[in-house]
Design a protein around this ligand. Structure first.
Ligand SMILES: [Zn+2]
Length: 423
């Protein structure tokens, strides 16, 4: 048996795929046959006991295995007691625990003592991480300081009037340009049109921009413009991933600092638009980008087909659109369960057409409308909405993977609802 876990925070994690690969190689090297692989994705080991995780629980429910291979002890448990309980549960089944990266051997007293020691260190490390995150967030909220990475366009850093360090303030020179960019985008202008306008009008480039440093050039480029329009600071929110690698082209606009209730922390003094306008702006940018200009991996996740339509069955909140290892997923902003969209979306479309295709809609049928709107995800969403009573997703046994049992779908009573926007 192989077991892998990926926690909620990504930076310090080794991907599920890599963990499993290491485990498979280990098993192969020892001449063991792998009879099952179990994962918990997006699950914190600090916040959950192993037996409360779906992946680990279904591993324990399986029979006929002699060993469980994990990548490291901390994948299984961050608390000593949890670790010992998990090991005990395996012993009862006559199975032993092995870690690829940690030299654990639960068959001898020395090996056992060493494994406990490793678990102790895992526990200490988890507590240290929690303390760091708490302290950083508290400090940030307390003095309103900027921790969202580089200074965004239209803003500058200023000495914090209320304490140590620096805070973000509006840059009077560039704010009018920023406001005009946002207004144009909300008015329907494309990123290209705005880029051309900025260059023609001689708008000041971002301070310290590469182009300016290089040659005193004054031309804007569309990546810069799109990055500015996608920055949550426009709505007074702070991006939550300042350490995001440079290779990630677009930040997830939903990844912002949130308070304990999960609501974004908003600094009104920095906002150019409100949160709703920001969402509208993001949708406009998604819709306006030509598919050819975007990679497939970037295009699929932003599909608005299931936007604010699927709820988490545990938390009763709408699932958000995002990516996991560049694959499109829906995720719960509260409990972080994820659902792969590459299987989920086609499954829904199949069921819609098979079970509701013949339902009357407008002057024809659901299926006819579906055929007529082509590939417009927004129009498809409208059609799905006319038939849907409720659509909920619950946690999977094996993490983010698609599984019909996770989908709780109820159609409306016969007749459905009419389209709100006739085309
Ligand atoms: Zn949830």
């Amino acid at each position: 048996m192989l077991y892998a876990r990926l926690s909620v925070t990504k930076e310090e994690s080794v991907s599920i795929a890599r963990q499993l690969l290491s485990c498979r190689r280990y098993a192969e090297a020892r001449g063991w046959e792998v009879v099952g692989e179990f994962i918990d994705d997006g699950v914190s080991a600090t916040a959950s006991r192993p037996e409360d995780r779906n992946g680990w629980a279904s591993l324990l429910a399986a029979t006929d295995f002699d060993a469980v291979v994990i990548w490291k002890v901390d994948r299984l448990a961050r608390r000593v007691l949890d670790f010992l309980h998990a090991d005990e549960a395996l012993q009862k089944r006559g199975a032993g625990l092995v870690a690829v990266e940690d030299p654990i051997d639960m068959t001898s007293p020395q090996g056992r003592a060493f494994a406990v020691m490793l678990a102790v260190f895992g526990e200490m490390e988890a507590e240290a991480i929690r303390a760091r995150v708490r302290a950083a967030r508290a400090q940030l909220l307390k003095d309103g300081r900027w921790a969202g990475g580089g200074v965004p366009y239209g803003y500058k850093s200023a000495e914090n009037p209320a304490g140590p360090g620096w805070v973000l303030v509006k840059d009077p020179e560039r704010q009018p340009w920023l406001a005009e960019m946002v207004a144009k985008a909300l008015g329907g202008a494309t990123v290209n049109a705005i880029t051309t306008w900025l260059t023609a009008a001689g708008a000041p480039l971002p301070a310290g921009s590469l182009a300016r440093r290089k040659s005193g050039a004054t031309a804007w480029n569309r990546q810069t413009v799109e990055g500015i329009l996608r920055n949550p600071v426009l709505a007074g929110m702070t991006p939550h991933n300042p350490g995001r690698p440079k290779s990630a082209k677009r930040a997830d606009p939903l990844a912002v600092f949130r308070d304990e209730d999960g609501e974004p922390v908003v600094n009104d003094a920095l906002a150019v638009i409100n949160a709703e306008q920001f969402t509208v702006l993001q949708n406009l940018l998604d819709a306006r980008s030509t598919p050819q200009a975007r990679k497939r991996s970037e295009r699929v996740p932003t599909s608005p087909f299931l936007s604010r339509l699927v709820r988490c069955d545990d938390c009763d909140v709408f699932l958000c659109r995002g990516t996991n290892q560049k694959r499109p997923v829906l995720y719960c902003p509260t409990c972080r369960q994820t659902m792969s969209r590459s299987s989920f979306d086609p499954y829904l479309v199949d069921r819609l057409l098979a079970e509701r295709g013949a339902e009357p809609l407008g002057s024809s049928t659901v299926a006819a409308h579906w055929a007529a709107v082509g590939t417009s995800d927004t129009a498809r969403r409208e059609i799905l909405l006319t038939q849907l009573e409720s659509l909920r997703v619950r946690r999977g046994v094996v993490g983010r993977y698609f599984d019909e049992d996770r989908v709780l779908l109820r159609w409306r009573a016969a007749g459905g609802r009419q389209l709100t926007r006739q085309r």
